[in-house]
Write a protein that binds this ligand. Structure first.
Ligand SMILES: [Zn+2]
Length: 152
């Protein structure tokens, strides 16, 4: 039995509410779908405060609340991240896509089949070359694993 995924559940992120100015440094409660949810703040090292929801079910701090008939944290709903169901190969591919995206690869549909991205204008050569070495090493190990899996 696989757990339901948090990526598929409606969510509200307290950090997003703060960015939009809906949650301020002194906000203590907020109404979500008519239900009142408490907010706590922790002090940041360099000043300011980081807001958290207090989960209406378990009273623990959470940055995100999910809705599955009621609002609660990921733990209370027993939600899993999509990445928890990934195979080793899925994980490797996601790492490669991420490494390429860091180098500004625009064509995400082609993934590794797209030509390797050229250095973005704004990126320093040192950064680009380090990212390129990293991405190519990941791709090399991915192809090696495929060779082993298919006995090539
Ligand atoms: Zn909870």
């Amino acid at each position: 039995m696989t757990k339901p995924l948090c990526e598929r559940a409606p969510r509200v992120d307290v950090r997003e509410l703060k960015r939009r100015g809906i949650v301020g440094n002194s906000t203590t409660t907020i109404a979500i779908d008519g239900a009142s949810v408490e907010i706590s703040h922790t002090a940041c090292f360099l000043g300011g405060a980081r807001p958290y929801f207090l989960c209406p079910e378990c009273d623990r701090r959470a940055a995100i609340l999910y809705n599955r008939r009621y609002w609660a944290c990921r733990n209370c709903h027993a939600l899993a991240y999509a990445s928890e169901n990934e195979t080793t190969a899925d994980r490797r591919r996601r790492k490669i896509f991420k490494a390429r995206a860091r180098l500004n690869q625009c064509n995400h549909t082609q993934g590794m089949l797209a030509p390797f991205p050229a250095k973005p204008k704004w990126m320093r050569w040192h950064t680009y070359l380090r990212g390129r070495r990293r991405a190519l090493a990941l791709e090399q190990s991915h192809y090696s694993a495929i060779k082993v899996a298919f006995n090539l």
